[in-house]
Design a protein around this ligand. Structure first.
Ligand code: SAM
Length: 291
């Protein structure tokens, strides 16, 4: 009787691929080790739960091969989730020297895939920090969230998307429709250039320390073309005048500008909060003499 052939020896089980993140200390330890007591002036409210930061990254869509641009990485909770994604690289701009020091180990671990930029995001040209396609993903410092957004809107074609955490009241203003209380300058300018999606709300207790108000993640996708032709500066000028006195009829709030409202198809008795984006664009074109 012949012996059955011996089964070939099994390959030893492969080691699971090493995840550089395994080498990182928990975020609470990072905060303690670097004395990252939250500074109010810098809008510091940290997210320490990776399930939450991963959810934000998922809202940003397909990260494959993109440059992920983060503003205000803080101790790095969202940064870690971005580094777990298939982004080609992650570039983070931070103003607080303490956080920069706390994040230095990430640079050592991830090499060229992670780049830390020391600076004020209000002064940095974000699009210059990495090649397209670029997605901005950030838990923004609340005190500068709106000016930062307005800055990026001026250069919106440089970005595939912006996924941003705002205080809920600002998120409401971004998605507001005409005829609602939250509809104002921010809605007009943002919706003129982008489709805005409300992703999810986060309870204030998700942050350390908790802010006074709830937060909301929104994603902005630049439209291939603005909703209607207009110049950014002129639209800003008109919306500033119109919403500066939002309770007044447009014939009163816009009387300082050389406009013929009726010729632009706008009822002078309307109030700014009822005027759709396209109508503001018509007024802007008329003011620029190309309507
Ligand atoms: N991304 C971190 C997180 O989710 O835990 C921190 C978010 S915290 C709300 C805002 C961060 O933005 C802080 O780290 C703060 O130091 C930083 N920051 C504040 N103002 C900034 C500015 N003008 N430019 C760059 N970073 C800023």
């Amino acid at each position: 009787m012949t012996e059955p052939p011996e089964a070939p020896p099994e390959d030893p089980p492969e080691d699971p691929p090493e995840d550089p993140a395994d080498a990182l200390p928990p975020l609470r330890e990072v905060i303690a080790a670097h004395g990252l007591g939250a500074r109010k002036a810098l809008g510091q409210h940290f997210l320490l739960d990776l399930n939450v930061t991963r959810r934000i990254v998922r809202a940003a869509g397909d990260m494959t091969g993109v440059t992920a641009l983060e503003v205000g990485p803080g101790p790095g909770g969202l940064t870690r989730a971005l580094l777990e994604s298939p982004a080609a690289r992650v570039v983070a701009v931070e103003k607080d020297a303490r956080c920069l020091e706390a994040l230095a180990p990430l640079e050592a671990l991830y090499g060229d895939r992670f780049h830390l930029v020391s600076g004020d995001a209000l002064e940095v040209d974000l699009a210059a920090l990495g090649p397209a396609p670029r997605r901005v993903v950030a838990n923004l410092p609340y005190n500068v969230g709106t000016p930062l957004l307005l800055r990026w809107l001026r250069d919106i074609q440089s970005f595939e998307s912006l996924t941003l955490m705002f205080q809920t009241e600002v998120a409401d203003r971004l998605v507001a429709a005409p005829g609602t209380k939250a509809y104002g300058r921010l809605a007009v300018i943002t919706q003129w250039l982008c489709q805005v999606r409300r992703d999810f709300n986060l309870d204030r207790r998700a942050f350390t320390p908790p802010p006074k108000v709830a937060s909301t993640v929104v994603t902005l996708h630049p439209r291939p073309e603005p909703l209607a032709p207009a110049r950014f500066e002129t639209l800003e000028r008109i919306t500033q005048a119109a919403f500066g006195q939002r309770r007044k009829m447009l014939r009163a709030s816009l009387k300082g500008l050389p406009l013929d409202l009726e010729a632009a198809g706008v009822d002078p008795q309307q109030r700014a909060e009822t005027l759709p984006v396209e109508a503001f664009c018509r007024l802007a074109r008329q003011l620029d003499g190309d309507g």
